[in-house]
Design a binder for this molecule. Sequence first.
Ligand code: NI
Length: 179
Amino acid sequence: MAILPIVEVPDPRLRQISLAVETVDDEVRKLIADMFETMYVAPGIGLAAIQVGVPRRVLVMDLQEPEEEDGEPIRDSRVFINPEILRRSDQEVPYLEGCLSVPDQYADVERPDRIRARWLDEHGKPHEEELDGLLAVCLQHEMDHLEGILFIDHLSRLKREMVLKKLAKMRKERGLRAA
Ligand code: NI
């Protein structure tokens, strides 16, 4: 396994549309293993392949809280290949979202609170499920990445510019500290 560099805004790769996986083979499973390792180290709860520069419709997710210092990590790893949303609830709820590609910035995003989705797992087996709560939010956020959409695109222009300004300021301060 390998920790891969995470692509961050304003890298144009984040705007690419990812392509469907035709065969779930060892190469895809290697990518998935690398994505999990990258996500756990970051740490984050979800990652799309394009965030490590690979334009394929592959997502990994683990909604567990970060592990305690000495405790065994509790894993709830989930893989979504070629995910599709079949139904969305009319009811939308706000959730405070962040993204490893927009580091350390958070904002409320409104999304349908219940979805019906289908996808393939890492063995190519199809799944179809009704999802709600954080799982539904996270899957919709990650699926946006497959279309080149970021959570900040759901904000008003003013809010989006504020987030990007804060990010630029943070990067500048970190750069100065490193110098
Ligand atoms: Ni993201």
